[in-house]
Design a protein around this ligand. Structure first.
Ligand code: GLA
Length: 390
């Protein structure tokens, strides 16, 4: 059992008075390259990180679920067969959604349980604590009912919970990264075929996260708006270029250039981001395989630039960190990670310079935005798993 699962077991016993019969763990994720490409059927390099969510449960002996969040110290009850949704205990909506969709998809009638969730992912950092929760809960609830969803099944169930219970029309990146992570490797995913493979890291490098702790308002509606623009652009290209265009994944930079004048400029700019990102991810995989940290880092900076100019999903706080990283010795590259509009940047750095780089970023951030941050290293880690029973 990892440390978090041990804490989970203690909290579960303290709150529910029994040992958890099932425990699952799922990590958060960091998006390394490939921003807003997942729902455009494109490519992403990501990693599961060394912090996550643990979920424990025991049969309640009735049709009722009693859910407990050890982090928020809140609890709530709902019927297993109709978990519904809660406006006051929103943390519980991910479990409710996962339970409802798992039941629906696998056609079993659910039993009630005593559930506990606990996490060590910084909240609001853009490291996908919600996807980790969905996956950990899905694994534990499936094991409890003796059903065996495939990893992709679980990923889709988590995504559906996000769409219908949290209102964010996300792709599958967060759930797939949490499930398929591998220690000391990146996960390279093709979001059309859903083929996943791992890619190694250049020796002596590490990933540093700097969390702005900023969450600009309307993030969810901005996200959904970006997705809609991308779909409008894909529909335009399908009209003018024919059937070979199924998604923005099929549009090249040359196609974009050729249609700069005829597509609405606002939609054009949105499309330019994932199209450029897809090309960067493919180049990036080759550079990593050649051990070229400098070349890969340049692509990370380009990615951030593209977010700023085309997708407008950055913000001044993220820009300060990336601009500082650009001139800090030992940083190969940096960019915003995840949806954007706040959250974190990720930097590829020389491992032995981590402490000095962290201080430089924190100093520049405090000077520009008046509050302290504490950058930290994340280690690419193994994906989600059932911990009990083994
Ligand atoms: C969020 C979403 C993902 C993905 C990223 C941007 O993390 O949940 O599906 O779209 O933003 O790449």
């Amino acid at each position: 059992m990892n440390k978090l699962s041990e804490r989970l077991a203690r909290e579960h016993r303290r709150h529910h008075g029994v040992d958890p019969a099932f425990i699952a763990y799922a990590p958060g994720r960091v998006e390394i390259l490939g921003n807003h490409t997942d729902y455009n059927e494109g490519f992403v390099l990501s990693a599961a990180i060394d912090s996550g969510i643990a979920y424990g449960l025991t049969a309640s002996g009735s049709g009722e679920c009693r859910l407990y969040s050890a982090d928020f110290e809140r609890s709530v009850a709902c019927p297993a067969a109709e978990p519904g949704r809660s406006d006051s205990e929103r943390w519980s909506n991910y479990s409710r959604g996962v339970l409802a969709f798992l039941t629906q998809r696998h056609g079993f009638s659910p039993d009630g349980f005593l559930g506990t969730q606990i996490g060590d992912i910084p909240i609001g950092a853009g490291l996908s604590s919600s996807a980790a929760l969905e996956i950990a809960c899905g694994l534990a609830v499936a094991a409890f009912h003796g059903v065996q969803p495939t990893p992709l099944d679980l990923a889709r169930i988590g995504q559906k919970a996000e769409h219908e219970y949290a209102g964010v029309k996300c792709g599958l990146l967060d759930q797939i990264s949490s499930l398929f992570g591998r220690a000391d490797s990146l996960v390279f995913t093709d979001f059309r075929s859903l083929d996943v493979r791992t890619v190694g890291l250049p020796p002596g490098t590490a990933f540093l996260i700097a969390n702005t702790a900023v969450k600009h308002t309307l993030v969810d509606s901005e996200y959904n708006e970006r997705r809609q623009r991308c779909e409008q652009a894909a529909a335009y290209f399908a009209r003018v270029l024919g059937d070979r265009i199924k998604a923005l994944r099929d549009v090249s930079w040359n196609d974009l250039e050729a249609h700069r004048g005829s597509l609405d400029p606002a939609i054009w700019r949105r499309a330019a981001h994932p199209v450029g990102e897809n090309e960067r991810v493919l180049k990036g995989v080759a550079l990593l395989e050649a051990g070229d940290a400098a070349g890969f880092g340049r692509l990370m900076f380009e990615s951030h630039q593209s977010s700023m100019i085309y997708f407008e999903n950055s913000c001044p706080e993220l820009d300060t960190l990336v601009e500082t990283a650009r001139t800090t010795p030992g940083v190969w590259g940096a960019r915003l990670s995840g949806g954007g509009f706040g959250g974190s940047i990720v930097a590829l750095i020389e491992t032995d310079k981590a402490a000095a780089i962290g201080r430089t970023l924190a100093g520049a951030y405090e000077k520009a935005h008046g509050h302290a941050i504490e950058p930290f290293l994340v280690r690419p880690s193994d994906g989600a798993r059932l911990i009990r029973p083994v």
